[in-house]
Structures are given as C-alpha cells and as structure tokens.
Design a protein. Structure first.
Length: 446
C-alpha cells in the first residue's frame, strides 16, 4: 500500500459534512429503534442512561472515528492499514465492513416496511377505507428490494452530490412534521401519563442489560463503531473542525430521538398500547394516531415519506463504507461495487424480510416476533458488533495509532480543543474502553 492517498472526493463545505453525517445518524435508529428500546428497557431509566452514554462514551468515540478518517483519508480497512501496515488490526476493518453489510440488510427491511405504510396510506387516500392489507408478505420483499436499489442509485452517484442537497430541505421538514404530530398527541386525554413515564427515571430498572442496550443504541443512533463516521470524516478537509462537526451531529441526533419519544409514548398511554411491544411498537402506535387525526391520511403520507428519506440517508452511509473499501483498496469501479454489495445485502436480508412479513399474519401486528431473525440480526450487528467495534477502535488508538496523534489531528481545525485534549485522552484511554468492556462482559457472561 503506497503512502499516497488515492484521489477522492471532499465535502463541499463543513456544513456538507454535518448534513451528511447527521443524515447518516438520523434515521430509523431514532424513530423506530429508540422508542422500541426505551419501551422495553424501562422508559425514563433508559432515557437517562442513554443520555449519559451519549455524552460520556459516544461523543469521545465520535471525535476519534472522525479524526482517524480525516488523518488517513481512507475507508476503515485502509485507515488501519495506513497506520499499521500488515498488522492483524486489519481484522477490525473487516469487522466494520461485515457489520455495515449486516445492518444494511435488515435496516432496509424496516425501511421497506415504512414504505409499505406510505403506500397503504396513499391507496387509502385514493380508494378510500376499503383497502385492506392483504399480500403483505410479498409487498415487504418488493419494497425491501426497491429500497436497496434506491440506496445503490444514490451511492453510485458519489456521496456529496446525492446527499448534501436532499438533506438540507428534507431534514427540517421531518422535524416540523414530528413537532406537529407531538402537539396532536399531547392533546390526547391521558397523554401526560406517557410523558411522565418517558421522563421519570425509575432507578431500580437500571440493569446491565438496560445499560448495554442504551450504550449500543447510542452507537447505533450515531452511526458509530463500524467506520461510517470514519469514512465520512475521510472526506473532511483539514480546515474543518472535528469538534464542531461531531458535536453538532450528536446534538441533532439526540434531539430527534427525544422528539420521537415524545411522539410515541404519550400516544401509547393515551390510545392504549404496550410500551414494551418491541420492534413493532411504532407500527402499532402511529396508525392509531393518524386514524384519529383530522387529515391524518395526508400527515401519514408526508411523515412516512420523510421517514423513508431519513432512512435512505442512513443506508447510504452504510453502503458507502463498504463501497469505499472496494473502490479504494480493490480498485473496483464504483458501479460494480455498489451493485455487488447491494445484491449481497438483499440476499442476506431476505430471511429478515420473510421473518417480518411472512411468518405472521398482518392483523396480529406482531410481524417481528420476539426472537425472530430480524431481532437476532439487530442484536448481533446493531448491538454487539458496534460495541465491540468501538471498544477495539479505542484500543487501536491507544496502543497503535497513539492518542497524541489522534489529539493532534482533532486540534487541526479546532485549536481551542487543546484545552480539552487531556480530558478527551483520559476518556478514550480509561473511561470508554473500561465501561464498554465491563458492560459487554456483564451482559455476555450473565
Ligand atoms: N444511525 C442510523 C440510524 O440511527 C443507522 C446507521 C447508519 C448506522 N449508518 C450506521 C448504525 C453505521 C451503525 C453504524 O438510523
């Protein structure tokens, strides 16, 4: 591997990075996964642990990932190879690629599910209430395939062109429509019970499992632990501030997750539902909300459309990581890479799609049974693998790359970071790895 970085694109501007990285971060993780996790892990207690994990674990790791990307201008495998040629650490890069493929596979299934809802409401608008949801099995598989094709098309156009433009208009729209839905939900009788449940921590509910889920949700929601932020950071210029970029993304992403909680839980309590329903939670609650809303069909169409876009900017980042590897390291064409990886994600995702749609009747609303294939995939890749990836990244930075090199990279473009440099090094060296290791071990061996 030559030391010379291959010629590659760069973000149009710092705000371009922030938009794309926020686009990667904000997605189904905030709106589908966060309420489902909070609901299953004790509500307010989960929210509190989540916020602590984001601040103490995810934020420092975010700086680390972006800085390794910008320092090396590579994909995860190339970045590690650039720092430590021919070392076994390369395996960490490959783990990142596998995780990207794994998450992409089932994430696209959920996105496909969201699309089927959008389509359902569009039909409702034109044909009336008579539309029933038959043939759900096949539809999900088709929309799942369609979603992968959309992702492939965006990524094959290159990162900047596709994402920067879209995110600018559509993300603020998503926030607006969520706020509108929240206002509506808060006006429902009994909604305050849900608010209380969401914001009041019950400390007795904090167990190792809750902490693992909250910590992993932080990695998942912020797209950390598999090199997505590393790869996006690799397109960042030395003029840009990693601190500003990383912090903006964390704040915005956390804001949207909290919004999603306020959108779902008041409705769960007001309209009757089980907060611990699992991965079907939002699909159970939202139709009830839209059903009782004036103009609910239109709101539903707009909401599901924007949610699809948010999911798309996330799947784009997943595919981009793996693509960057094949383009940079294997010299494949961009086209060949995206179609091959997209095809692989489709094959790997098929069982998740069948699990979700085929094995259970639509009417029972439990298409993602408790330990179905999809939830298993989500646990393996979305939970364990991201935590392991983040842990190993810290160890790699401590033992191979050197935290001083990392700190210096962050300081380029954000000189005032020098004041917090020692603190940050302390967190990456001691707090993050220790915490992640203890939580992983306590969950795995209990
Ligand atoms: N963060 C995204 C979400 O919340 C999902 C995602 C995109 C992701 N890229 C990732 C998760 C990389 C982990 C790693 O929906």
């Amino acid at each position: 591997m030559s030391a010379q970085a291959p010629r590659r694109g760069e973000w149009g501007s710092q705000i371009g990075f922030i938009l794309a990285a926020a686009g990667s971060a904000v997605g189904l993780g905030n709106i589908w996964r966060f309420p489902y996790m909070a609901g299953q892990n004790g509500g307010g207690a989960f929210v509190l642990v989540y916020l602590v994990c984001v601040l103490v674990i995810a934020l420092p790791v975010m700086f680390l990932e972006i800085s390794l990307g910008r320092a090396t201008h590579r994909n995860p495998v190339g970045a590690i190879r650039a720092v430590a040629p021919r070392s076994a650490w390369r395996a960490l890069g490959y783990l990142a690629l596998l995780t990207g493929l794994g998450i992409l596979s089932y994430y696209s299934v959920i996105a496909g599910k969201v699309m089927t809802y959008g389509a359902l409401y569009i039909r409702k608008l034109f044909i009336g209430e008579a539309v029933t949801y038959h043939g759900a099995t096949f539809e999900v598989v088709i929309y799942f395939a369609l979603f992968i094709v959309l992702t492939v098309l965006v990524v094959s156009g290159g990162v900047q062109r596709g994402i920067e433009r879209w995110a600018k208009i559509l993300m603020p729209m998503l926030v607006l429509i969520m706020v509108a839905i929240i206002v509506r939900c808060l006006l429902l009788p009994g909604a305050m019970e849900g608010v209380k449940w969401f914001v009041t921590p019950d400390f007795s509910k904090i167990t190792p499992r809750v902490i693992l889920n909250a910590m992993s949700q932080g990695f998942f929601s912020l797209s950390l632990g598999m090199g997505a932020m590393l790869t996006y950071g690799s397109y960042l210029s030395k003029k840009d501030s990693i601190v500003v970029c990383g912090t903006s993304v964390v704040l915005f992403d956390t804001f949207i997750a909290i919004l999603a909680g306020f959108m779902i839980f008041p409705a769960v309590f007001a309209l009757g539902g089980n907060p611990a329903a699992g991965s079907t939670l939002i699909f159970q609650v939202l139709p009830k909300v839209f059903g009782g809303m004036k103009g609910g069909v239109l709101v539903a169409i707009v909401f599901f459309f924007l949610l699809c876009v948010a999911a798309l900017t996330s799947t784009v980042s997943l595919l981009e990581v793996v693509t960057a590897y094949f383009v940079d390291e294997r010299r494949w064409s961009r086209r060949r890479s995206v179609w091959t990886i997209g095809g692989a994600a489709f094959v790997v995702g098929l069982p998740s799609a069948f699990d979700m749609a085929g094995l259970r009747p639509w009417t029972s609303m439990v298409f993602l049974g408790k330990h179905g294939f999809l939830e298993l995939m989500d646990f393996l890749w979305g939970n364990l693998s991201l935590a392991i990836g983040s842990l190993l990244l810290c160890v790699f930075a401590i033992t191979v790359w050197g935290l001083n090199n990392a700190g210096s990279e962050i300081e380029i473009g954000s000189p005032s970071f020098s004041r917090y440099r020692g603190l940050w090094i302390f967190f990456i060296k001691w707090v993050c790895p220790t915490f992640i290791a203890i939580i992983l071990a306590s969950k795995l061996f209990s």
